[in-house]
Design a protein around this ligand. Structure first.
Ligand SMILES: Cc1cc2nc3c(=O)[nH]c(=O)nc-3n(C[C@H](O)[C@H](O)[C@H](O)COP(=O)(O)OP(=O)(O)OC[C@H]3O[C@@H](n4cnc5c(N)ncnc54)[C@H](O)[C@@H]3O)c2cc1C
Length: 424
């Protein structure tokens, strides 16, 4: 057993860095970030487009610069780093088992742990695309890495499956770098990425988007030669006779992100089957004492700024736990998704008497509401909060602030509903 740390953070992306900074600021003692890559920053060094930092820095920054601000701040605050080190296990007594090329196997003990391992992309196998298995089928993040970090263009004529943000951003990037992007196709009848990315990446570059359409067949022997597309009905079943052949040498998949939680599961952390991430309370505490979670490991946020904000909360809570073993305790109220709502974070809230700071509930809708929408937060049968929004789209996370002092009974759940505002 080697050193002992106040707080150990697993993962050095924007979630983990924010958690580490905030843990140091809250007197956690020694704070360590363990990162399997050679450098901290998470996925952001390959996200060279703008769109980061609007909320936190009031500036529109590219991903690498956004990450660097956090790295610099972490260093200034005395955060320690152990890069090129893969965490392989975490015990319930907060012992971390890791391995690195330089040090081999190491075991570390921490007063509290923050899980910040981010997410990974859904692959061809996970969306079950039929056809041959030629070269030229990539996930969007792989192409992002090849083009933005390795400086390598992996194809000339791309079709993009899925209207997720990384896919749309890569459609623009590939076009700027001289590759052809024939079209983006999306199985759902609505966009799954942010509207701003549709405007800035597809519309401004004249790249067509075709909704309610998917890839029916992948064609090619050594290298992809074409994809056959097909329109789908409202149940997402292919409509015979609507097949179309698109010659191309590359298919880029932007079909969703999955929180990276194998480590969490082995540590006994309870996961939410909807988000795929740990169930957390308003302090980002999991069910395991001393284990907190932050960022895309919990749920897929639409903006990295939101990831960092969750990191701050987790870091503050982890520091508190490391200092005095405070585990929340007391009564909690469960928060459950209601009408047209998926995966609310946090999953439960601690009731502490007299506390009136409130809690922010973040969630996505299942179906888009293009007109005015109303979010209703019910505590049992009582309306605890009601917020109107100009629209509600699955791609764009919604949040609502609820005062805890209004929620003073633990025998009733909190339910979140989103519906079209009547008569507007
Ligand atoms: C391929 C890909 C491309 C993306 N592109 C964009 C984009 O263009 N724009 C955008 O806004 N968002 C993008 N995202 C979403 C991105 O996840 C968030 O914006 C943001 O980076 C999330 O921050 P995070 O700290 O939660 O996770 P990450 O930034 O993913 O950081 C997690 C870190 O944990 C490390 N880690 C994981 N497991 C271990 C372990 N066992 N031991 C040690 N270290 C570990 C990883 O190496 C990684 O550095 C992308 C995600 C992926 C997967």
């Amino acid at each position: 057993m080697h050193d002992r740390f106040g707080v150990a953070v697993i993962g050095g992306g924007p979630g983990g860095l924010a958690a580490a900074i905030e843990a140091r600021r809250n007197d956690a003692g020694r704070v360590l970030v363990i990162e399997r890559n050679e450098r901290p920053g998470g996925i952001l060094p390959q996200c060279i487009h703008n769109g980061f930092g609007g909320d936190i820095f009031g500036q529109d920054l590219p991903g690498p610069l956004y990450a660097q601000r956090f790295i610099d701040e972490a260093v200034q605050n005395g955060v320690e780093f152990q890069s090129d080190t893969m965490v392989m296990g975490l015990d319930s007594d907060l012992t971390i088992h890791a391995a690195s090329r330089r040090n081999g196997y190491i075991a570390l003990k921490a007063g509290a742990v923050v899980l910040a391992m981010g997410c990974r992309e859904r692959t061809r196998a996970q969306v079950r695309l039929p056809g041959t298995r030629p070269a030229g089928v990539f996930t969007a993040g792989t192409v992002q890495r090849l083009v933005n970090i390795e400086g390598y263009m992996p194809g000339k004529r791309f079709v993009i499956l899925g209207s997720g943000d990384i896919g749309m951003i890569m459609a623009r990037r590939l076009t700027i770098e001289g590759a052809g992007v024939v079209k983006v196709i999306e199985i759902l009848p609505f966009l799954t990425g942010l509207r701003r990315n549709y405007v800035q990446c597809l519309r401004d570059f004249d790249i067509p988007l075709e909704l309610s359409t998917t890839v029916n067949r992948i064609i090619g022997r050594e290298r992809l030669e074409a994809v056959e597309t097909v329109r789908v009905d409202p149940e997402l079943k292919p409509i015979p006779g609507t097949e179309a052949m698109i010659p191309c040498d590359s298919l880029l998949l932007s079909v969703g992100l999955i929180p990276e939680n194998e480590l969490s599961l082995r540590a006994g952390v309870e996961l939410d089957p909807v988000t795929g991430g740990p169930k957390v309370d308003e302090r980002m505490a999991t069910n395991m004492p001393g284990i907190f979670a932050a960022g895309n490991v919990v749920t897929i946020y639409d903006l990295a700024d939101e990831v960092s904000k969750a990191g701050y909360i987790a870091g503050r809570s982890a520091a508190e736990y490391a200092r005095n073993g405070h585990g929340g305790g007391g009564d909690t109220v469960d928060i459950v998704p209601g009408e047209n709502v998926r995966g609310v974070v946090p999953h439960r809230v601690n009731i502490r008497e007299g506390l009136d700071t409130g809690v922010v509930l973040s969630f996505r809708v299942s179906r888009p509401i293009e007109g005015k929408a109303v979010i209703e937060v019910m505590h049992g049968d009582t309306l605890a909060a009601s917020v109107r929004k100009p629209f509600a789209r699955p791609a764009e996370m919604l949040s609502v602030h609820v005062k805890l002092k209004e929620i003073n009974r633990s025998d009733k759940n909190i339910t979140v509903n989103v519906r079209a505002a009547d008569g507007e």
